[in-house]
Design a protein around this ligand. Structure first.
Ligand SMILES: Cc1ncc(C[n+]2csc(CCOP(=O)(O)OP(=O)(O)O)c2C)c(N)n1
Ligand SMILES: [Mg+2]
Length: 144
């Protein structure tokens, strides 16, 4: 968590002729979102796609499946407005709220010079599989 944006900035500097996308969760991007300042300061046109479920989703999924849905410290419903956050740094912010907006938003990000943040609002409680239960070995993996 937090590695994506600085790594994407580095990749974009190393490959100035490529389009570089960072794909990040909403929790993860907040661990280094201040690096949008670096991208803006040095004109590094990295594109950031945030998959925003307003949870530390991996933690929430464990709490749902193994701890009786007792959500603790995983609810991120008090988050910044990521479009405004991007704009506050001088980047471009785009919000996607439905599947039919995805393609146009990606094209807009590619066509826009400079750093761009796209916030994809996704289903809050979608799960990700396969996963290994707490204390389990790989042969007890769920959702294979
Ligand atoms: C620095 C760091 N802290 C904690 C973790 C443990 N961890 C793994 S995924 C996760 C939640 C990630 O939340 P988010 O970025 O919103 O992605 P989501 O799972 O919701 O898609 C956490 C806390 C980690 N991998 N790295
Ligand atoms: Mg999340």
């Amino acid at each position: 968590m937090g590695f994506g944006l600085p790594a994407g900035i580095g990749a974009q500097v190393a490959c100035p002729d490529e389009t570089v996308f960072v794909i990040s969760g909403d929790g993860s991007i907040q661990m280094n979102s201040q690096e949008l300042a670096t991208a803006c300061q040095y004109g590094i046109p990295v594109k950031v796609a945030i998959l925003n479920n307003r949870y530390l989703g991996m933690v929430r999924q464990w709490q749902e499946l193994f701890f009786g849905k007792r959500y603790s410290q995983s609810d991120l419903c008090y988050e910044p407005d990521f479009v405004k956050l991007a704009e506050a740094y001088g980047a471009t912010g785009i919000r996607v709220e439905s599947a039919d907006q995805v393609k146009a938003a990606l094209q807009q990000a590619i066509d826009t010079p400079g750093p761009v943040v796209i916030e994809f609002r996704v289903a809050r409680e979608e799960n990700v599989f396969p996963m290994v239960p707490p204390g389990g070995a790989l042969n007890s993996m769920l959702g294979r």
